[in-house]
Design a protein around this ligand. Structure first.
Ligand SMILES: [Mg+2]
Length: 273
């Protein structure tokens, strides 16, 4: 068993990448790369597909041959725990999927037609998802106008879920740039279970975790770790005032928001070697 003093677990959108243009903050990426090179595990826990995260969020890190061999210290949990990706000794990605979580094809088809016929200016249907449905704001689109379209889309999606009598199996989860339809079992807490299993397989024991998120649902990461009697603090970089006052662990709110808040928080951490 190898003991590691600290591990970072980060959401992706609005924590590493900018919500509007979806570009990664270079300082945050640099910090992640440094942790990996120092032999510290890092986890990303997101609703996105692992493929998307690898190609869009982490591209500079994956392109860097020096960092590539340290990717074995990284796990990407996608689709809120439905899929996950880790890396072999050579930095080659290994894909994993929980086949018990899926969305019926007929509902996928109906939601895709709805988005393409009525909301294609603002929204696209994410074809890379394998265990959930995500409809997402087009890159660079005005977030307020997208929000208006999302409000119109929501009741129509509800109607489709009722059409297939899936109300007890599926839930919807909106965020500022996407509208997700997912199995009731998935969420940031399921992502944590994948991460803990991965650590166990690697024979790693973590003294303290830091989870970073921008949405109210991201607090589930810290709650799940706390439930497992693990030491954790949560950093909230999203809109202020979206949390309850007290949790059985420390919650830090950053002054600047989103990926800039993450950058500020990471810069304030003691420098690792
Ligand atoms: Mg987010």
């Amino acid at each position: 068993m190898k003991t590691v003093d600290h591990m970072l677990i980060l959401d992706v959108d609005g924590v590493i990448s900018n919500l509007k243009d979806k570009k990664s903050n270079p300082e945050v990426l640099r910090y992640i790369a440094k942790e990996l090179r120092n032999g510290k595990p890092v986890a990303l826990n997101t609703g996105r597909s692992t493929e998307w995260v690898l190609e869009r969020t982490l591209q500079p890190l994956v392109d860097d041959l020096e960092t590539r061999k340290y990717l074995k210290n990284l796990i990407i949990v996608g689709e809120k725990g439905g899929t996950w990706m880790d890396f072999d000794e050579n930095g080659q990605p290994q894909d994993h999927i929980d086949k018990s979580i899926s969305i019926p094809q007929n509902l996928q088809n109906d939601v895709r037609s709805l988005v393409n016929s009525k909301y294609s200016d603002s929204t696209f249907f994410d074809l890379t998802k394998r265990t959930m449905i995500s409809t997402e704001m087009r890159d660079g689109y005005d977030m307020t106008s997208y929000g208006e379209d999302q409000k119109l889309l929501a009741p129509q999606v509800d109607e489709l879920i009722r059409k297939y009598q899936l109300e007890n199996v599926l839930v919807v989860e909106p965020n500022p740039i996407a509208y997700d339809i997912q199995n009731i079992e998935v969420g940031k807490h399921l992502g944590i279970k994948r991460i803990l299993n991965w650590l166990k397989d690697k024979g790693m024991k973590i003294v303290k975790f830091t989870t970073i998120g921008d949405s109210p649902g991201d607090i589930k990461m810290a709650q799940e770790l706390n439930k497992n009697n693990l030491k954790v603090r949560h950093v909230h970089v999203g809109k202020k005032g979206t949390h309850e006052d007290s949790y059985p662990f420390e919650v830090i709110t950053t002054e600047r928001e989103y990926e800039e808040g993450t950058e500020d928080f990471l810069k304030g951490l003691p420098k690792s070697k």
